[in-house]
Each structure stands twice: as structure tokens, then as C-alpha cells.
Design a protein around this ligand. Structure first.
Ligand code: FO1
Length: 329
């Protein structure tokens, strides 16, 4: 077990260390996918969990506001997510989408019937003037999610991707074109004017531990860190800060993270990920397959925990969550 720097929980959080509280206060930064799985693991071992979620890949379809990463984390924590796809609701039907196709509409973005209820309610509440953070809290309460889910911002931020034939909206790139295009650049439209959603900065500065999930550093974590004030809050927090590398053995477990690292001129490895997060981390968790990279990561000023990061079911997610907490104490 590597030595941890002054942000170790035992140093900072006497009440937790002395056993006054039963578990630390943890904030996870997450996209969908791997971040949602880790959120489930953390929710099983931590009483006070906040998940700050990327909203840069939110989209409007048929006039409905869809927040894929928020919903993926929410459905995962509610035990509703489709385990094969990793998004959407398990066992959902698609009668509405089929009817849309009959009406001549494009149906490239697969919205299930039950999932649509979430988007209809969200859209109605947003149109009535409620901020996304409030709507998210309402949805989570209704679905029995105990963790606090916060959108990174209540303001509109749209992740766009520059490819050879122009600029694409994120979902057009990711789902519509199956992230086949080489990414020449990532644009976060609206980011300069975005403000962190209520509670986001406090969740970073007041937590015992902040974890960056194994999500895409450019299009999942990047937008969260780019919301004005968030990167600074993470750089300055006394919380113990850890990330789980989304790159294992030179590959992304899912999605275009590896291809993006390469296309944007970064090393496609846990070391490349560590460089992106340098100055923001006390610990990087890397996979056993990448054990030999540990010295190069440590040279960037962070400790390394080597473990199995390819997550299976809920028990496996819980195991990684416990290892993260152990690393901090
Ligand atoms: N991902 C897909 O690959 N294809 C889809 O048709 C799709 C639909 C979809 C509907 C609702 C939702 O919440 C998520 C959905 N996703 C789909 C996942 C999502 O678009 C991406 O995984 C994330 O945006 C990337 O984090």
C-alpha cells in the first residue's frame, strides 16, 4: 500500500477516523458507464455519497430533454439499468419508438417506453422553470435513490466533437455515427457561462474523499472539470483525491476514450490518464495489467494503487469502492 500524502482521511477527518461517523463523505465525478458502476459500489459502502454527473452529452429528442449520464447513474443506483447495454431501463419496450418510425421520424437514438416517462417528466418540470438539479432530485427520490445526484451545472453545456467533415453534437458522434470518426477536437459550447449546480463546489470542498470515476477524461470528466470553479475546487480541496483509470492494458473498457487519447496526442495508457489529471490527484488506481506503469505514474506526483479495475457485478463494484476507501485511510 503506498504512502498517502497529507490529504489522507485520518489526517483531515478526525471525526471519521475516531469512529464518530460510520463512513466518510464521498463525492464521485462521473459520466455514464464505468462511473455509474463505481457509483453503485460506493453507494453500498458509504452513507453519504454525492455523484456529480456530466451533462455535456444531454440532448433534445422529439422536444424532450434527455440527460443520458444522469439517467444512467440514476437507473444504476435504483437497480433499474439494463445490464447489457449499461444504459436505459432493463426490460423496457420500444412501442413509442416504433410508432415514431411509422410517422417517418428518425429513431437512431433508442428511447424505451419507460425511459420516456423520465424524459417527459424532466421536460415538463424544466419548462415549468425548475432547474435540472431540482428535477434530478425529484426523479431520484421517486426511484428510491439515496445518493445525492447533482448535474455538474443547471446551465446548458453542449459537448461537440470536431471530426474530418465538421462539428457534430455529442450524441450524433457517439450514437448516430457510433464514435467511428477520428476526434480532432472537443468543444464545450456554453461552458464559459455555466455555473456549478447548487451543492457541487461544497461537495468537492467538504468531502472526505473525491473520486474521479473511470469515465472518459475528455467528454465525461473534462466537461465537469471545465465548469468554472470546479477544477479550482478540486485542486484546492483538503479531501483525499483518487481516480480510477479508464484505460486498461492500452484500451478503453468501452467507448472511444483510447481512440480520443491517441487522436488528441496523448499516451494511450494509465500514464496518459495520470498526466491529464496531474495536480488534481493523490492516488491513481490502475489495473493489475498495468502494474509496470506504476513508477511512471508515481513520478507525476501521485500514489498508485494496483488492483482489478475491470468491474463485474455489484460485489465487484463494492470491492473496488472498499479498496478506494482503504487507499485513503
Ligand atoms: N447509447 C447508444 O449507444 N445507443 C443508443 O441508442 C442510446 C440511447 C440512450 C437513451 C437514453 C439514455 O439515457 C442513454 C442512451 N445511450 C445510448 C447511452 C448514451 O448516449 C451514452 O452512453 C452516453 O451519452 C455516453 O456517456
Amino acid at each position: 500500500m503506498p504512502a498517502v500524502r497529507s490529504r489522507a482521511l485520518a489526517h483531515r477527518r478526525a471525526p471519521y477516523a475516531a469512529g464518530v461517523r460510520t463512513s466518510p463523505t464521498v463525492t464521485l465525478l462521473s459520466g455514464g458507464g464505468g462511473g455509474a458502476k463505481l457509483a453503485q459500489g460506493l453507494a453500498r459502502v458509504v452513507d453519504d455519497l454525492t455523484v456529480v454527473v456530466n451533462t455535456g452529452d444531454d440532448a433534445v429528442l422529439y422536444g424532450l430533454s434527455v440527460s443520458p449520464d444522469l439517467d444512467t447513474v440514476m437507473y444504476t443506483l435504483a437497480g433499474l439499468v439494463d445490464p447489457r447495454a449499461g444504459w436505459g431501463i432493463d426490460g423496457d419496450t420500444h412501442a413509442t419508438l416504433e410508432a415514431m418510425a411509422r410517422l417517418g421520424e428518425d429513431t437512431w437514438f433508442s428511447l424505451g417506453d419507460r425511459d420516456l416517462a423520465t424524459h417527459i417528466l424532466r421536460t415538463a418540470r424544466l419548462h415549468a422553470g425548475a432547474p435540472l438539479s431540482e428535477v434530478t432530485a425529484q426523479l431520484c427520490a421517486a426511484l428510491g435513490v439515496r445518493a445525492r445526484l447533482l448535474p455538474m451545472t443547471d446551465d446548458r453545456v453542449a459537448t461537440q466533437v470536431d471530426v474530418a467533415d465538421g462539428r457534430l453534437g455529442f450524441q450524433e458522434y457517439f450514437v448516430g455515427r457510433r464514435h467511428r470518426d477520428e476526434v480532432l477536437g472537443v468543444v464545450l459550447d456554453g461552458i464559459e457561462l455555466a455555473r456549478p449546480a447548487p451543492g457541487v463546489l461544497a461537495a468537492l470542498t467538504e468531502a472526505d474523499m473525491v473520486v474521479i470515476g473511470p469515465s472518459n477524461p475528455f467528454v465525461s470528466i473534462g466537461p465537469i472539470l471545465a465548469v468554472p470553479g470546479v477544477r479550482e475546487a478540486l485542486a484546492g480541496t483538503q479531501a483525499h483525491r483518487a481516480a480510477v483509470s479508464p484505460i486498461v492494458g492500452g484500451q478503453a473498457l468501452k467507448g472511444p476514450a483510447a481512440a480520443m487519447l491517441a487522436a488528441l496526442g496523448h499516451e494511450v495508457s494509465a500514464v496518459g490518464v495520470a498526466r491529464l489529471y496531474a495536480g488534481l490527484l493523490d492516488v491513481l488506481v490502475i489495473d493489475e495489467q498495468d502494474r509496470l506503469l506504476a513508477p511512471a505514474v508515481e513520478a507525476l506526483g501521485m500514489s498508485v494503487v494496483v488492483t482489478q479495475t475491470v468491474l463485474g457485478g455489484p460485489e465487484d463494484r463494492e470491492r473496488l469502492a472498499r479498496e478506494l476507501l482503504d487507499a485513503a485511510s
